[in-house]
Ligand binder design. Structure first.
Ligand code: ADP
Length: 509
């Protein structure tokens, strides 16, 4: 059988490391394309040029001068600037000062318009002569780019340039769906098709849920761990899209995220005061001491130092901590350092905690990538008690840096962390099942008890560091997914006018 030919893939993401990052999506977008490129495929990345993406710092060059992009009833010019990810992955930046020349990435009142514009500019960019490139696959990620599979079935369906392109849609977190009103269909130029309709999901006929559209129209869909791909088929984790996901389950896959082993490398990480690897693990103690100093904690080599780096939202499970922190402080000698930003109530809660236990709890309520590395490299235990977790990168990075994870067994956390069993000496961390503060308490206490046995703990650390979370394996699975998308490509006429149909709203458009 002839080998599959190399693919041409346009990978669209709202955030990409090192250019702009708020969370795990940026890590994935900054590392997966490099691994796919290394397999010999022509993958190119596209993202908005936000104000924080400095043209000079990243050596960007204008490759497509301003061209008109349809948006709403009018047009808005965009130009395309090119940069590079890693050694050789081209990155196309959509430049449009009106929408993107702002300090932040999200949370603006016109976010729907901004990301629809980004997608439309990316689509129109493809047929510009300066590019001279036509992808086989468009790989969309999260709600920001979910409109594209919908467009391939509507405004672009009769256009020969686009009709052969297959779409892949990756759900990084089902909790953020991009839900807007009918007006967004006008902005996207598809108001004449109206709302989508699915039996058992009445609200889809009343709102524009961009993620639901990605799921509904993409040729294949995946999420970022196998466990989460199963979990989201249930009402508990399905964020009310589970009927639609169950309906599409023959096209839904789970592929575990990887981490960039070159960037996430304790042997070379410039942010650590002492670099180390499995052969020089003793050097790691200097990082713990430096972290204790930096955080204003008592310098104590034997106190188990628990680290957490996270967005502070209900998803991440920190309400569990608040209920057990006092007994933990009373009955154990743990120290706790937290780095994170998010909801006000968690900021208040952790600020109060740090004030109550000044020598033992340190809290940094900010986004700080170098400090994150120092916490991975200096903590003994890494805490992720998530309520749900599509994949989770924190626990993988922590393991690579020898910080043993304590996690709730859900989603990607369950796929990557196996509970330590002292009888068999198997496992690479500590897990708990029920979303319950006492279950978390028990897991932490088991970790602290194990930590007292220096040689056992050392073995655990080495086992964590030996785990292979590199992208190599998962990148191959993405390539298989791309081929699957090509063979599963739905004829453009088949959706949306299939058994579900599309309804127009009850008002005149
Ligand atoms: P999510 O994508 O849900 O935020 P992940 O665990 O998949 O969670 O990825 C989070 C990424 O963002 C990790 O690389 C983590 O180190 C990083 N991160 C989260 N919060 C901060 C912060 N306050 N400062 C620096 N890095 C952070």
């Amino acid at each position: 059988m002839a080998a599959n030919p190399p693919l041409k893939v346009l990978f669209l993401s709202a955030e990409v490391v090192p250019f702009a990052k708020t969370g795990g999506l940026a890590d994935v977008a900054g590392s997966l394309p490099k691994a796919i490129r290394a397999l010999g495929h022509d993958i190119r990345v596209c993202m908005p040029r936000y104000g924080c993406v400095d043209r000079e710092r990243f050596g960007l060059q204008e490759i497509v001068p301003p061209f008109d992009v349809p948006v709403d009833k009018g047009r808005e010019p965009a130009s395309i600037w090119q940069g590079t990810l890693g050694k050789d992955v081209p990155v196309y930046f959509v430049d449009c000062p009106r929408f993107f020349d702002r300090d932040g990435i999200y949370m603006y009142p016109d976010d729907a318009e901004r990301f629809i514009f980004f997608c439309r500019a990316a689509m129109e960019m493809l047929r510009r002569p300066e590019l001279n490139w036509q992808p086989d696959i468009i790989h969309c990620n999260d709600w920001h780019t979910a409109i594209i599979p919908n467009w391939l079935h509507t405004i672009y369906k009769d256009d020969p340039f686009y009709s052969g392109i297959a779409s892949v849609y990756t759900i990084h977190n089902l909790a953020y769906q991009g839900i807007f009103g009918y007006r967004v269909l006008e902005v996207a130029g598809i108001d004449k098709y109206g709302f989508i309709y699915h039996p058992g999901m009445a609200d889809l006929g009343e709102v524009v849920d961009l993620m639901a559209r990605g799921i509904y129209f993409a040729d294949v869909i995946n999420t970022v761990s196998e466990r989460y791909a199963q979990e989201i088929l249930t009402p508990e984790f399905g964020e009310r899209l589970d009927p639609l996901l169950r309906d599409r389950r023959d096209r839904l896959f789970g592929i575990l995220n990887g981490i960039d082993n070159e960037v996430m490398n304790p042997a070379t990480d410039p942010h650590l005061c002492a670099n180390f690897d499995a052969n020089s693990l003793d050097r790691r103690a200097a990082n713990k001491e430096a972290l204790q100093c930096e955080a204003g904690l008592a310098v104590s080599p034997n106190a188990p130092l628990v680290g957490a780096i996270s967005r502070l939202t209900d998803q991440k499970g920190f309400d569990l901590i608040s209920r057990v922190i006092d007994p933990l402080m009373c009955y154990t000698d743990m120290q706790f350092v937290l780095l994170g930003t998010g909801d006000r109530n968690y900021h208040d809660m952790f600020t109060a905690l740090a004030q109550r236990y000044p020598q033992r709890v340190a809290v940094f309520l900010t986004f700080n990538a170098p400090l994150a590395q120092r916490i991975y490299g200096g903590s003994d235990i890494f805490l992720m008690p998530s309520r749900f977790e599509p994949c989770g990168l924190g626990q993988m990075i922590a393991m690579r840096y020898g910080s043993v994870p304590v996690v709730r067994a859900t989603g990607g956390l369950a796929d990557t962390v196996q509970d330590y069993d002292p009888r068999t000496d198997r496992g690479n961390g500590f897990t708990f099942e029920a979303y319950d503060s006492m279950a978390l308490f028990a897991a932490l206490v088991r970790a602290f008890e194990t930590y007292k046995h220096t040689s056992v703990w050392r073995r655990l650390m080495l086992r964590c560091m030996a785990e292979d979370f590199s992208w190599a394996r998962s990148a191959k699975k993405y390539v298989e997914l791309y081929y699957r998308a090509i063979s599963a490509r739905t004829p453009r006429e088949a959706r949306p006018f299939d058994q579900y149909g599309v309804t127009r709203p009850d008002r005149e458009a």
